[in-house]
Ligand binder design. Structure first.
Ligand SMILES: NC(=O)C1=CN([C@@H]2O[C@H](COP(=O)(O)OP(=O)(O)OC[C@H]3O[C@@H](n4cnc5c(N)ncnc54)[C@H](OP(=O)(O)O)[C@@H]3O)[C@@H](O)[C@H]2O)C=CC1
Ligand SMILES: CC(=O)[C@](C)(O)C(=O)O
Ligand SMILES: [Mg+2]
Ligand SMILES: [Mg+2]
Length: 493
């Protein structure tokens, strides 16, 4: 097998990268009917497996889980996840031959082995569904020609796929039909029905391609969504402690601050987040985010270039072959950071205080969202896809950090995302060394407005507002958020 994307001529590469049609809600009036009465069998019951299954069942669909024998015999977590939620569980041999749709929600690194094990058991004309394009695009997996191959990819960590559904909302979702596998022409109808089943249609669905999804998903998770939130959290905490801020306060500000700050981003975009700052704080946060963009731009571009060329996948698959040596080493290193080891203090922090005392994170988020969006669009990803993958998913990742710090984020996201997150973090921390030397507690830990008279130059403020509001991520975000009529607010502890 070889990288499918690299076998395409440039014209077809650009064509598949550019597939991105925002689907009007009227396209989902058939609801789940295309899958009603069908047997949906999910392989794996982890972050996506469990949470998608819970949503699908609540949407009236017939869901069961097939797990590898050692998971059943060893009563592993995946077996506990499925049985404790009263799902039917069986072996591949027991459940796959009667399945109408087999949903592969195992780790990307296992996909080739898993698909080779389940494909011979799949009945003629069945459907194989992925939630990420890696196996098809980066590994070039070939699927039996009588099978339909589709993708329904939530732009969200598994835990929040369920949390948003329970709130009566959903998460933005990319759907696609693999052009090499749609023999009965039923792929799109099934993908749409599955997206309704997970609740994705309430947040927004893009008709995408396996190529567009994988090349944008890898970029979002490595940079703004996981990598930069990890780097920014660790550097912010270390700076506060270095400057004598109480470690418990610093830990709470960082752990919950990213959720409070990005909740404003979710509802009002970058400009909405900046509007939560005083005028003098907005001017300062703008200035340092401009500097952060200049420092990090080459790193964001390198990540996108390596994703496009297949170099990222090559080095990650090398680590797979090497027993996940880097992944496990970086995971252990992250767990040993002072931020991860310092519990949030029992101290009251008001909602506005998270903005006034944490300008640095506001600046990190603006720089990361805009850089990730700009870099994806320059590489051929359409703005709607880039928006979901950069701005909208950031608060959903932040929800996991608020729950149990970086440990929870790295536990819930895929192993592919976790590897990419660490890869970015390892490069970004030293890149920001000189910048962080100049950072003081006015930007992180203390109220920026304290002792200042609050006056600003009107023309400068008008220019900053104009720059924030006219960025393409704000233009497309305003349009996409209009469709998110069921979006709910989250109150932080
Ligand atoms: N995590 C996320 O939020 C997102 C993930 N995705 C995609 O969803 C897919 C699943 O990812 P995710 O939910 O994170 O995976 P998890 O690591 O959370 O869960 C993987 C599941 O697969 C099982 N599994 C592991 N190894 C094997 C194997 N060799 N054979 C059979 N089953 C195995 C595990 O159970 P056990 O070890 O007990 O057998 C577990 O139930 C991936 O393609 C990922 O890219 C897409 C969007 C977001
Ligand atoms: C949660 C999600 O969308 C990620 C980051 O792409 C993943 O976990 O792979
Ligand atoms: Mg993703
Ligand atoms: Mg991913």
């Amino acid at each position: 097998m070889s990288n499918y994307f690299n076998t395409l001529p440039l014209r077809e590469k650009l064509n598949q990268l550019g597939v991105c049609d925002f689907m009007d809600s009227s396209e989902f009036l058939d609801g789940v009917s295309a899958l009603k009465g069908k047997k949906l069998v999910i392989v794996g019951c982890g972050a996506q497996g469990l949470n998608q299954g819970l949503n699908l069942r609540d949407s009236g669909l017939d869901v069961s889980y097939t797990l590898r024998k050692e998971a059943i015999e060893g009563k592993r977590d995946s077996w506990k996840n499925a049985t404790e939620n009263n799902f039917k569980v069986g072996t591949y041999e027991e459940l796959i031959p009667t399945a109408d749709v087999v949903i592969n929600l195992t780790p990307d690194k296992q996909h080739t082995a898993v698909v080779n094990a389940i494909m011979p058991l799949m009945k003629d004309g069945a459907t194989l569904l992925y939630s990420h394009g890696f196996n098809i695009v980066e590994e070039g997996m070939q699927i039996r020609k009588d099978l339909t191959v589709i993708m329904v990819a939530p732009k969200c960590p598994g835990s929040e796929v369920r949390a948003e559904y329970v709130r009566g909302f959903g998460v933005p979702t990319l759907i696609a039909v693999h052009p090499e596998n749609d023999p009965q022409g039923k792929g799109l109808a099934q993908a749409k029905a599955y997206a309704v089943g997970t609740g994705g249609h309430r947040a927004g669905v893009l008709k995408s391609s396996f190529v567009a999804e994988v090349k944008s998903d890898l970029m979002g998770e490595q940079t703004i969504l996981c990598g930069l939130l990890q780097t920014g959290s660790i550097l912010s905490f270390d700076k506060m402690v270095e400057k004598g801020i109480d470690a418990g306060y610093a830990s709470k500000l960082v752990q919950y601050g990213v959720e409070v700050i990005t909740e404003a981003l979710k509802h009002g975009g970058v400009s909405g987040m900046f509007d939560r700052l005083s005028n003098i704080a907005k001017v300062e946060a703008f200035k340092i985010s401009e500097e952060l963009k200049d420092i990090m731009r080459p790193l964001f571009q390198k990540h996108q270039d390596d994703i496009m060329s297949g170099e990222f996948s090559r080095i990650m698959m090398e680590d797979w072959a090497n027993g996940d040596k880097n992944l496990l080493g970086w995971r252990a290193e992250t767990g040993e950071t002072a931020f991860e080891k310092t519990p949030a203090g029992d101290v009251k922090i008001g909602e506005q205080e998270y903005f006034d005392n944490y300008l640095l994170m506001v600046a990190f988020v603006r720089a990361g969202v805009e850089l990730a969006f700009e870099t994806m669009v320059q590489a051929g990803i359409k703005p709607e896809s880039a928006y979901y993958e950069s701005l909208h998913e950031t608060p959903l990742i932040a929800n996991t950090i608020a729950r149990k710090k970086l440990f929870e984020m790295n536990r819930v996201i895929s192993d592919t995302a976790e590897y990419g997150c660490y890869l970015f973090d390892q490069a970004c921390k030293p890149l920001l060394g000189d910048f962080m030397k100049k950072v003081n507690t006015d930007l992180v830990g203390k109220n920026f407005n304290e002792g200042k008279d609050g006056s600003v130059d009107n023309r400068e403020l008008v220019a900053i507002n104009e720059t924030l509001r006219t960025h393409e991520v704000e233009i497309v975000g305003t349009k996409l958020r209009k469709a998110m009529t069921a979006m709910k607010s989250i109150k932080t502890a």
